[in-house]
Design a protein around this ligand. Structure first.
Ligand SMILES: [Fe+2]
Length: 254
């Protein structure tokens, strides 16, 4: 659940600093994809179609749950580490987390209300929620950027990569398998090819049972565009088609 990243942009004449372990990058890219997908789905849903209408609202609730879990993990695992070595460094973001909890509660209440409104007011009410969600997204984009710049600066100044990896391992160890699979369905498509290859390649090299790894490979195969899956399969040495042992070296180009 991680990646390496340079600490900050540097002039081209200066040697790039050594990459540091980034606790936020992978999960924040995942949450950004969820936010953009959710606003898009809400904006184009045919509210006269019950199935589309409720599916779009279900997606809003799934986003709320993902953010709820995420901010609790930051509060429980990341902030205590920061406060231990840099007192006061999480104050702004902790305050924003309290605001986000209230905001998530409000959105959940709105979703429950909108499900029951008269059909002739669905379009108006859904558009109102759509606009509200754009504000939620804008707020969280700024919030997450602050974490990735300011919190990472603190974490990198006060902790070694090995210590940061240990924090991440504690987070991962407390994620239920079903929740992890749900996260990976969004996380894999949300990353770059290099990040996907690093993530799944690392899992393949780890002590993860082969059956669990194959379930994750299946998520990647189903969630990626054909060309992206083709590249990933080659990079991690997995068959492009289940059961196909040999992978051709011939690359298609388009
Ligand atoms: Fe946060």
């Amino acid at each position: 659940m991680s990646s390496q990243v340079q600490t900050r942009e540097t002039p081209s004449v200066t040697a790039a600093p050594a990459p540091r372990f980034d606790l936020y990058r992978m999960i924040h890219k995942t949450l950004r994809k969820m936010m953009f997908d959710t606003v898009y789905a809400l904006g184009c849903a045919d509210v006269a179609d019950d199935r589309e209408f409720h599916a779009a609202l279900d997606q809003v609730l799934a986003l709320c749950e993902a953010f709820d879990h995420h901010l609790q993990k930051e509060n429980h695992y990341v902030h205590p580490a920061m406060e231990a070595r840099s007192p006061g460094s999480t104050r702004q973001i902790l305050d924003e987390h309290f605001e986000h909890i209230e905001e998530i509660d409000f959105i959940r209440t709105e979703v429950a209300r909108i499900r029951t409104v008269a059909s002739d007011t669905r379009a108006t009410e859904t558009h109102r929620l759509y606009l509200h969600m754009t504000h939620f997204v804008a707020d969280n984009l700024k919030h997450m950027r602050h974490e990735e710049l300011e919190h990472n600066a603190t974490l990198w100044a006060k902790y070694s990569d090995a210590e940061l990896m240990a924090i991440e391992q504690r987070i991962i160890a407390n994620i239920a398998p079903e929740e992890m699979m749900a996260i990976l369905k969004v996380a894999i498509p949300a990353q770059s090819h290099q990040e996907r290859a690093g993530m799944l390649g690392g899992m393949k090299q780890s002590e993860m049972p082969r059956q669990a790894f194959e379930a994750i490979v299946q998520i990647a195969r189903e969630g990626l565009a054909t060309r992206d899956w083709d590249k990933l399969a080659r990079a991690i040495g997995e068959p492009q088609v289940p059961g196909l042992v040999e992978v051709s070296d011939t690359r298609m180009s388009w």
